[in-house]
Design a binder for this molecule. Structure first.
Ligand code: THU
Length: 124
């Protein structure tokens, strides 16, 4: 959560003003962070979770334990649908810890956030 809060400071949320940080823990304990990066074309915006996951994949990490997602909100900020699909693809049923700047707000597993996923098992 601390790493996600720190990464959140780098968010480029010039359009929404909604700054998000993420910290993905690999199986060997390495922490890879991400923040949301928005764009004037809006649609090219990338969420903090996907930035963290794509950074991790590009650095050769293959197994993951959990991800923390931090926003400055009283309610939990769960990963969006696109991020759930990407997290499921590369990390499977990891733990997702949601937090704000002071405390944890929710903790769920991916299988509960993305029931009945579409994934490679169905491409047969
Ligand atoms: N966002 C994230 O980075 N992660 C989430 O879990 C929710 C949404 C970003 C995308 C966009 O830059 C801003 O928050 C508002 O949707």
């Amino acid at each position: 959560m601390t790493a996600a809060r720190r990464a959140r400071r780098n968010a480029r949320a010039d359009y929404s003003g909604f700054r998000v940080g993420a910290a993905l823990e690999t199986a060997d304990g390495t922490i890879i962070t991400g923040c949301n990066v928005e764009n004037a074309s809006y649609g090219l915006t990338m969420c903090a979770e996907r930035v963290a996951m794509f950074k991790a994949i590009s650095e050769g990490h293959k197994r993951f334990r959990r991800i923390a997602v931090v926003a400055d909100t009283a309610d939990p900020t769960p990963p969006c649908g696109a991020c759930r699909q990407i997290l499921w693809e590369f990390a499977g049923d990891i733990e997702v810890v949601m937090a704000n700047l002071r405390r944890e707000t929710a903790r769920l597993r991916m299988k509960d956030l993305l029931p009945l996923p579409f994934d490679a098992r169905l491409l047969k």
